[in-house]
Design a protein around this ligand. Sequence first.
Ligand code: BGC
Length: 430
Amino acid sequence: MQRREFLLSAAASGALASAARAGAAAVPAKPGFLWGTAGAAYQIEGGNYASDLWVVEHVKPTIFAEPSGDACDAYHHVMEDIALVASLGFNAHRFSIEWSRIEPERGQISRAGLAYYRRVLEACREHRLAPAVTFNHFTVPRWVAASGGYADPANVAAFAAHCRRVTEEMGDLIHLAATFNEPNLSTVVRWGGMLDKARPIIAMMQQAAGAATASPGWASPMLAGEAQYDGVLAAHAAAIDAMRAGGGKFPIGLTLAVTADHAAGGDDSGLKRKQAEMLDRWLAAPGDFIGVQTYTGSAVDANADVPPPPGTELTQMGYAFTPDAIEKSVRLVAGRTKKAIYVTENGVATEDDTRRIAYIQGAVAGVQRCVADGIDLRGYFHWSLLDNWEWMAGYKPKFGLVSVDPRTFRRTPKPSARFLGAIARRGGLG
Ligand code: BGC
């Protein structure tokens, strides 16, 4: 072991020992509980030219801080990444399949694209990682957006056909599948008050993207937001049927953006309305599990989130630093569904890895309390494995357990990677 690696692992095990001493919810390991890392194709692979987002990123005006470009070049480093996840101590890994790599033009199937993702799944299995696959993590092929997104039933059918094709080709290797990642995100963004500012720019971007592709009906689902919810729900249901028809035996669900909020002042009417709008239609959708994805929470007044008070510790995303948020979110969702729950994302954007360790420690303690209370919580996936392209915010926010050199793509695990890996290996904090 090199000196640097030794120091990193010593720092991580010191933090773990102090967490254990603090007696943070000493719950025994639950057999089969998944401890994983998470990522999404578009944010890490690089060069997803056939995706709608590649077009959207490059039209002007833009709401993107910088283009994704090569991202983490995970397309070429994925085997190394999977080996790293396993060597750190995890037993699961979440990633997404980029539809546009498999079907870059409507009906034109890339055998190489299919073979690539099959190799990724095989590598997970070789390294004893349970693969959790997301079929739609925000991006779609550009031809889907150019023809109206999920508002067009032909695209709903195309998504279902894609899910069936992938299931037939590699479903034997999938452990867990999510159709959509955070299809409810626009509701959360609307309550956060960010949509009003972005709306005029989004409208201009949609127009510019349409002009760039000679497709006036341009509707990237990421930009179309709540207007496409019915179509997305239809695509979710159709995809489940298609995966089952294709022989898929794995649990299928969807993942949701969940904020862990409280009422501002004495009036909880806004809070209740936000929670219902954020969750209910998605919890009622078909599927075997719900993926809970939480980063923070805030006070909510009658109509909107209230900004954190001055003096609150903020993350690089401007969110309040709230390690206990994930416990609250899991309890909120568990109170509204009987489905199994996985934490499919939780993490913090920070340059200070000691704060990430503190965040993980608090979050995992809460996760363990949920399990101890009998909630059917089956896994914890940390966002993110790598420092990657954070959508509109570009490369500045650092969510990763592992840093990535932007020129050489060299991966370097941070102390937090060893810290959470050690938790995963021993099945919990205590
Ligand atoms: C998304 C990720 C994103 C993360 C951190 C989630 O909304 O699923 O793609 O990077 O939050 O902001």
